[in-house]
Design a protein around this ligand. Structure first.
Ligand code: GLC
Ligand code: MG
Length: 601
């Protein structure tokens, strides 16, 4: 053996003893610690120490109505493989989370919101394998997948209901049964909420269609079943749940109580809105159920690496802040704030919109995160709601500009990034939506949700790139020849898609992600605000959502001299306000439906 063996080699180093090594380690770690401290201090001083934000606070949530997004098998109905084939679109768009409306096994009476198996994909949409591929492919693109969770009711074709009708235990009390229709409780879709079962010879409660019997949440076995459903999907790898119809989860056990009328104008006694739902909506017991689902989800939060894998839960609710904000405390991450769903109609002018935004920020419980929704599969499209200006412009770009620059998570409905419009020419005979059909030939248009559910407009080809079938399940909007992804992507001029994309990109800046929000000049036409995060660029957003031209001076009293246009709605030939041009802020003139995001110096 060479005398230089192991110990010989060691002796070659400059630090031969253990003591010396320990000392060396100590000095090196001290140095590293000092460097980290200095770096942190510098970051902090410059305000570059972003608050810890969860993924769902940083993304746009993009809602896909699966029947209408992309068909892959030529049956005229969208499906999971269709969605998979379009996943790159979200990277292009700058969206990091998709919410997919129900794709579970269903007789499709309410197009998937009537579920006959909560843990199975309907063959119309594909298979469980397809769902797993979708999740995997989405994650490979840094895209989160949020599924719809419909806990309030099942389909009347669900085995639980069929067995309940037969009084087969343990299913006998899985639903809410009575010998008579005991009261005036109403269905959201119109008419009595009590349906007759000819099998069981009893009435059952249904907050929605007769084909959607309400589950009995006072039965612990039902609670277990639905916890298992949440567990199943969390295990499958989804990132979050949008909880359907949360307010309807519980009803009073005292069925002798009739609900009083609201006396709202223009509401018929057939409508749900006719009654004040003291005994069938927003009961406090709902909190416990949400907490149970949340506890299940929390088991799947993965906090042992630095990627944020927390599971997200948002609950569907249309309500005033005092009611909806209560849902922040029961384990849900947030309740949808639907104020701008109504606030995007012309009846809500700029001052009214300002008020709605203020309400959200001012009533938000301590430490909670705001959010805004403008449209979904149950309401008119934002472009159709606000109409057009006298010069024929739509408000698509200003509304998207508003939604995407507010502080809080925006939820967008598919196609609204293109300015897709309602198809309001669907005849009663061609109407699919049971809500519309319930009100008959004369009134169906006031209720049908078909107009906002028409196929996604991908290109100008005869079926808009949505399907190979010549019979999509709902008619395409004829305007798909010029309102479509391909055209709006490649046009040489500014299009809604380009504006949306620019805004989605800008949203990733600290000023928009978590920066402060301060209103500036507002009147009945114009709304403006500044977003800023210390140490980073600040932006002035100024938009005209009104019907008259606005002239605004930001010099007096705000002392803004000039700024650079970073996003423009681009719907006017306005050389002065071209992208990247520096403009004086003492006199901004904005036409109706025109808006700018301006970088402040
Ligand atoms: C929710 C859904 C709606 C559905 C209803 C019943 O309100 O958004 O589309 O019809 O619940 O599930
Ligand atoms: Mg299909």
């Amino acid at each position: 053996m060479s005398p230089k063996g192991e110990s010989g080699l060691k002796k070659k180093g400059c630090c031969a003893t253990n003591k010396c090594l320990i000392f060396l380690c100590f000095v090196v770690s001290l140095g590293i610690t000092a460097l980290i401290v200095v770096a942190l201090l510098v970051m902090n001083v410059r305000g570059r120490f972003p608050p810890e934000q969860k993924w769902w606070q940083k993304t746009i949530v993009y809602q896909i109505y699966p029947r209408s997004f992309q068909d892959s098998d030529g049956d005229g109905i969208g499906d999971l493989n269709g969605i998979i084939s379009r996943l790159d679109y979200f990277n292009y768009l700058g969206v990091d989370a998709i919410w997919i409306s129900p794709v579970y096994e269903s007789p499709m009476i309410d197009f998937g919101y009537d579920i006959s198996n909560f843990t199975k994909v309907d063959p119309m949409f594909g298979s469980m394998e397809n769902m797993k591929t979708l999740i995997k492919e989405a994650h490979a693109r840094n895209l989160r997948v949020i599924l719809d969770f419909v806990p309030n009711h099942s389909s009347n074709k669900h085995p639980w209901f069929i067995k309940s009708e037969l009084r087969e235990d343990p299913y006998t009390d899985y639903y809410i049964w009575h010998d008579t229709a005991p009261n005036n409780w109403h269905s959201v879709f119109g008419g009595s909420a009590w349906g007759w079962s000819d099998v069981r010879k009893q009435y059952y409660y249904h907050a929605f269609l007769p084909e959607q019997p309400d589950l009995n949440y006072r039965n612990p076995a039902v609670r277990e079943e639905m916890k298992n459903v949440v567990d199943f999907w969390a295990r499958t790898g989804i990132d979050g749940l949008r909880v359907d119809a949360i307010i309807n989860l519980f009803e009073s056990t005292n069925v002798s109580l009739n609900e009083p009328p609201t006396n709202l104008p223009d509401v018929t006694s057939e409508q749900w809105e006719y009654y004040d739902h003291l005994y069938t909506a927003n009961l406090p017991e709902i909190n416990d159920a949400i907490q149970e689902w949340s506890d299940v989800l929390r088991k799947y939060d993965n906090s042992d690496d630095d990627t944020d894998n927390s599971k997200f839960m948002v609950v569907e609710i249309y309500a005033v802040p005092s009611i909806r904000n209560a849902y922040y405390t029961n384990g849900a991450d947030m309740p949808f704030n639907m104020d701008l769903v109504e606030g995007s109609y012309p009846s809500c002018n700029a001052s009214c919109i300002k008020k709605l935004v203020e309400i959200e920020y001012n009533t938000l419980p301590e430490g909670k995160w705001p959010n805004f929704v403008m449209g979904n599969h149950d309401r008119s499209r934002l472009t159709s709601k606000r109409g057009i200006t006298t010069s024929g412009k739509t408000y698509t770009n200003v509304l998207n500009m508003l939604l995407l620059t507010l502080r809080g998570t925006p939820t967008c409905y598919y196609g609204d990034e293109l300015g897709m419009e309602d198809v309001d020419t669907i005849s009663f005979e061609d109407t699919q939506d049971p809500y519309g059909l319930h009100f008959g030939t004369s009134a169906y248009k006031n209720f049908s949700r078909d107009p906002e559910r028409t196929p996604m407009q991908w290109d100008e080809s005869p079926q808009a790139g949505f399907t190979n079938s010549s019979h999509p399940w709902l008619p395409l909007n004829q305007n798909h020849t010029f309102i479509n992804v391909q055209y709006e992507k490649n046009a040489s001029h500014i299009t809604p898609l380009k504006v949306y994309r620019a805004l989605a990109k800008l949203r990733q800046e600290p000023a928009f992600l978590y920066g402060s929000f301060d209103f500036r000049y507002t009147d009945d036409n114009v709304i403006s605000y500044v977003r800023s995060a210390s140490g980073y660029s600040s932006y002035l957003v100024v938009i005209n959502v009104g019907t008259e031209t606005g002239t605004i001076d930001f010099k007096t009293p705000y002392d803004y001299q000039e700024g650079t246009v970073k996003v423009t709605t681009g719907n006017f030939d306005h050389e002065d306000y071209a992208l990247d041009s520096t403009i004086k802020l003492d006199k901004i003139i904005l036409q109706p439906a025109e808006g700018l995001v301006i970088l402040l110096p």
